[in-house]
Design a protein around this ligand. Structure first.
Ligand code: SAM
Ligand code: SF4
Length: 431
């Protein structure tokens, strides 16, 4: 979502003639868009500012803004502690970026823009063309969260759930496709909680699937509790929707899920997975896990491993619980950190083994890849298959923006490597 926000900040700043520089040292305005989901985020801000100071030693100081969730959570603290920062601007206030920059040009100091103006933000953004021209583009359809998992800062930094109107989403999706997007990834902290005048995520998917020249649709991140029947059904009915779902579960223990306030059980989660598999047998899953949440015993941890083995996630993101100031879990007693580290190592080994086994089976098979860009080395092109696996192919033909049938030859931890097997009719998917 920060990538989407950064692009939109740029679209806005273009209006007052600010553009991206090739080199950091050429910039006269520096906007650092930040994430606050785990600790060290604030340290990273100070570190980056330190780097900037070095870069601009003996030069005119650039305007320095900190945007995003660190700005929202720690606004005044940042301004007081680091005088090099001229302004902080929260994720629901960034439509005011231009008035902030113009004030800073006039030597205003220490501006704090951290109001929750999400309606005003999207009203402003809707009038500014989205200039993102990537083959695979993000489109924020929903923001904020009302779920209040006890470990999570999102409800405090992004605010309450807000869904954009379906009309403005269609308009922006059309802009992206006109700019060259072949794939759109619909974004939301709780993307399947999307609800605009009774329209749901499945309606957004169906509506944008009608756009000619758009081949692929994805959405992220969804919550098990909001996985309604219509969303399950759209996985069968919409051929442009990719058969890959990122569905965070956090833990395989009902006791831990309850203490996290996740509002779903392991059985609820498996139920969603089973229904999706029935609807779309080739579907695969990825997930997020928090290891070492307060109160997690070895028995609880074993249940998380059992879940991993049962679902066979082809990708996963796992982190040790990070106590976030201002969240209810912040004051809970942490488990022994050595135990937490060992569990994370164990868990990641198992996750990697499952991923490797899955990838081994892809060798010598064909897969459809949408190529996103030429890489820096030689004639290599980077793309993704339907399951979001990175695929790298060497080719004399410019593959950017094309879908090709690729034969996978080998793979490593990060990517699969293959060769073009045959062309696919590029308007291959029916809506
Ligand atoms: N809304 C999504 C959901 O409920 O599944 C997740 C969005 S959250 C921004 C992304 C991921 O960050 C979460 O799934 C969780 O695994 C991780 N996360 C959030 N807070 C965390 C914390 N305090 N410590 C460790 N990981 C955390
Ligand atoms: Fe955070 Fe997701 Fe829970 Fe909302 S549902 S509080 S975004 S983890």
């Amino acid at each position: 979502m920060n990538e989407y926000d950064s692009n939109r900040i740029l679209d806005l700043a273009n209006k007052i003639d600010y553009t991206v520089t090739k080199e950091l040292s050429e910039a006269n305005c520096y906007i650092l868009n930040t994430c606050h989901i785990r600790e060290k985020a604030t340290d990273k801000v100070y570190h980056d500012i330190g780097r900037l100071k070095k870069n601009f030693r003996n030069k005119v100081k650039p305007i320095v803004l900190v945007a995003g969730c660190v700005a929202q959570a720690e606004g005044d603290i940042l301004l007081k502690k680091e005088k090099y920062i001229d302004a902080v601007i929260g994720p629901q206030s960034y439509h005011k970026i231009n008035e902030t920059i113009l004030k800073l040009e006039k030597k205003f100091k220490s501006i704090n823009m951290t109001e929750f103006d999400v309606v005003e933000k999207f009203d402003t953004l809707n009038n500014i063309k989205n200039l993102d021209n990537k083959v695979s583009s993000f489109l924020t359809i929903q923001e904020g969260c009302d779920k209040f998992c006890k470990f999570c800062v999102v409800p405090y930094t992004r605010g309450a759930e807000y869904s954009r109107s379906i009309e403005e989403l269609i308009q922006e999706a059309n802009q992206l496709v006109d700019n060259g997007a072949r794939e759109i990834n619909l974004l939301g902290q709780n993307v399947n909680a999307y609800n605009y005048r009774e329209k749901k995520l499945s309606d957004v998917i169906t509506a944008i699937s009608k756009i000619k020249n758009l081949d692929r649709i994805r959405y992220t991140t969804s919550h098990p509790k909001d996985f309604t029947e219509d969303l399950i059904a759209v996985h069968k009915n919409c051929k442009k929707l990719m058969p890959m779902v990122h569905l965070p579960v956090q833990s395989g223990s009902n006791k831990i899920l309850k203490s996290m306030n996740r509002n779903h059980t392991v059985e609820d989660y498996i139920n969603v997975i089973t229904k999706l598999k029935k609807t779309r047998p080739d579907i695969k899953f990825s997930s997020d896990f928090i290891i070492g949440y307060p109160g997690e015993t070895f028995e609880d941890f074993k249940k998380t491993i059992e879940l991993m083995n049962e679902v066979q996630f082809i990708n996963s993101f796992s982190f040790i619980f990070s106590p976030r100031p201002g969240t209810p879990a912040f004051n809970l007693d942490e488990i022994n950190q050595n135990d937490a580290k060992n569990r994370l190592t164990n868990f990641q080994l198992i996750a990697q083994k499952i991923k490797n086994n899955y990838r081994k089976k892809l060798i010598n098979k064909k897969t459809k890849v949408l190529f996103e860009n030429k890489m820096k080395i030689g004639n290599q092109y980077f793309g993704r298959d339907e399951y979001f696996n990175s695929v790298i192919v060497e080719s004399n033909e410019d593959l950017t923006g094309k879908i090709k049938n690729i034969k996978i030859l080998k793979g490593d931890h990060n990517s699969l490597y293959g060769e073009v097997a045959s062309n696919i009719n590029e308007t291959n998917y029916a809506a």
